[in-house]
Design a protein around this ligand. Structure first.
Ligand SMILES: Nc1ncnc2c1ncn2[C@@H]1O[C@H](COP(=O)(O)OP(=O)(O)OP(=O)(O)O)[C@@H](O)[C@H]1O
Ligand SMILES: *[C@@H]1O[C@H](CO)[C@@H](O)[C@H](O)[C@H]1NC(C)=O
Ligand SMILES: *[C@@H]1O[C@H](CO)[C@@H](O)[C@H](O)[C@H]1NC(C)=O
Ligand SMILES: *[C@@H]1O[C@H](CO)[C@@H](O)[C@H](O)[C@H]1NC(C)=O
Ligand SMILES: *[C@@H]1O[C@H](CO)[C@@H](O)[C@H](O)[C@H]1NC(C)=O
Ligand SMILES: [Mg+2]
Length: 457
């Protein structure tokens, strides 16, 4: 584009003298107007002058040979390209870290450039141990996998930085023979299986970090569903509903309904709302994405972006949603800085357009503060009151902490019933934890739950 206007004339001059004759002729033929004169001159010279004609023939021959040669080079390159195949994995992709872990385990590798990765391992008894694994560093590595040689090239870009976590942008390229291309899928599957196995039995918790979801701490051991004691039928009801929802994806898509379902758990503090959602995630083998709506920097835009970009297989948990209802617009004056507006939350709930199912759990201690607009089906489809401990829960809790003590259990339940007030399950747990091996003392201390500030959670 930025050539001088007469660049084509210059091009012709060069072409007539040089080897790539064909191009020159083409350029001449396609020229019009003033350049027609040049063409006439050229044509007459070619036809009438035998020396020129002979020279032209030689030139054509030379061109032909040159063309044939470049054709051979191209053909061999094509053949080479057909015979080898490469696969690029970018650090942005999830399989990147899976692949590096796979490499760390792969014994038959020849590499001199290593880098270290530190991982934590949480044991079932809660203790954490640290493990160092050596993974291929930047550079070339050869491995032999199922009889095939694979060249692995890890490259780090000095200029590009992954804005999300500030680490340099990297790629790993695997190269192998075309006939072994199926190995790529095998390797990736193997890497994925290893990665998932290390997270098996764990719940990964994500929180928002800027516009991204980040893992929050180490994956936690799953909380088992039976360990959360809710009133009769509540757990089963929610679980049935979730299963029913998850098994009916086709039903939703056939009818063009957004494939999402919202649950609201409301009730006093310490009744097990959060614990139940965590246990449910473990039961479904899902991860949890927790959003704090009263976080200062959370704007409507970010909320919307986060809700539309959740990691797969995760439950969205919005805690204390009444926080977003304190005001309806973003310019708060009352010293309260929730940046998420009520309408922003509604739009985000409506706008989730994932093809995968979206399960949203919301909790609140103040259902009376919620606006009716959020109760609309599609935003909240299922709501459950999770209250203070009922006699049924008291009994179950007692039996969980003191297995086999049926007689004392009856005494304890009666004592709680006669107390004249209800207590939360968290308070019960507190009492039992204080009297780990002493159910008798727990019974004696029942009334302290009502008065003792220590138990108010
Ligand atoms: N129903 C329950 N069964 C078993 N443990 C419970 C139950 N309710 C509360 N707990 C225990 O009490 C503690 C607090 O419970 P949790 O955080 O789930 O309460 P919550 O309902 O989410 O409270 P908040 O409304 O304040 O968020 C946890 O340690 C949990 O183990
Ligand atoms: C926890 O278990 C691991 C292995 O299962 C063991 O090495 C570690 O010592 C244990 N820690 C505690 C505190 O019991
Ligand atoms: C949510 O954010 C607010 C404001 O930053 C903070 O006070 C509150 O403790 C947070 N809640 C949770 C559950 O993290
Ligand atoms: C909120 O944004 C300000 C500036 O935009 C930044 O300095 C601060 O660290 C952010 N806080 C959080 C919790 O992200
Ligand atoms: C639930 O228990 C708390 C104490 O944890 C008490 O203050 C509250 O009044 C109880 N709620 C009901 C509805 O009884
Ligand atoms: Mg909670």
């Amino acid at each position: 584009m930025d050539k001088p206007p007469n660049s084509q004339d210059q091009g012709i001059n060069v072409d007539v003298g040089g080897t790539p004759m064909v191009d020159g002729v083409e350029a001449l033929g396609s020229d019009a107007g003033g350049k027609g004169q040049l063409r006439q001159l050229f044509d007459s010279a070619m036809q009438n002058n035998p020396y020129f004609a002979a020279g032209g023939g030689l030139m054509l021959l030379g061109t032909g040979l040159a063309l044939a040669k470049s054709g051979m080079v191209r053909a061999s390159r094509l053949l080479y390209r057909q015979m080898i195949i490469d696969l690029e994995i970018q650090s942005r992709d999830k399989s990147y870290s899976w692949f590096l872990s796979w490499m760390a385990r792969h014994p038959q590798r020849i590499s001199k450039h290593l880098s270290v990765r530190t991982s934590y391992l949480q044991h079932d008894n809660g203790s954490v141990s640290t493990k160092f694994s050596l993974v291929p560093g930047p550079g070339n590595h050869w491995i032999r996998y199922k009889g095939a040689f694979i060249l692995i090239k890890r490259e780090r870009s000095a200029k590009m930085v992954d804005l999300a976590n500030g680490s340099p942008f990297e790629t790993v390229t695997l190269t192998t023979l075309y006939r072994d291309r199926h190995l790529f899928t095998e390797i990736l599957n193997e890497a994925k299986d290893i990665a998932l196995k290390t997270n098996a039995g764990k719940t990964v918790i994500y929180t928002s970090f800027g516009p991204e979801w980040r893992k929050f701490g180490q994956p936690k051991a799953k909380r088992l569903l039976p360990s959360v004691i809710l009133d009769k039928g509540i757990k089963e009801g929610i679980l049935d509903d979730v299963h029913d929802f998850m098994n009916n994806g086709k039903w939703y898509s056939d009818r063009g309904i957004p494939y999402r379902r919202g649950y609201l758990l409301y009730g006093p503090p310490g009744s097990g709302k959060t614990s139940f959602i965590q246990a449910l995630a473990g039961e479904l083998d899902y991860n949890i994405c927790i959003l704090n709506l009263s976080e200062n920097n959370l704007t409507d835009d970010r909320l919307n972006h986060l809700m539309n970009n959740m990691p797969e297989r995760s439950i969205l948990l919005l805690e204390d949603i009444d926080a977003a209802f304190n005001k309806r617009d973003q310019t708060g004056e009352q010293g309260f800085h929730s940046a998420v507006t009520f309408s922003g939350l509604l739009n985000a709930l409506d706008g989730v357009t994932s093809s995968e199912e979206t399960i949203t759990f919301m909790t609140t201690n103040h259902p009376e503060k919620l606006d009716k607009a959020i109760m609309r089906p599609g935003r909240i489809d299922y709501k459950v009151f999770i209250g203070n401990a009922t006699s049924y829960q008291v009994e179950k809790m007692f039996m969980k902490f003191y297995p086999g003590e049926t007689k004392l259990c009856r005494e304890f339940v009666a004592a709680v019933d006669n107390m004249g007030a209800t207590v939360s399950t968290a308070q019960l747990q507190g009492l039992f934890v204080m009297n780990k091996d002493d159910p008798m003392n727990a019974i004696k201390m029942v009334t302290t739950m009502k008065t003792n500030e220590e138990f108010i959670i």
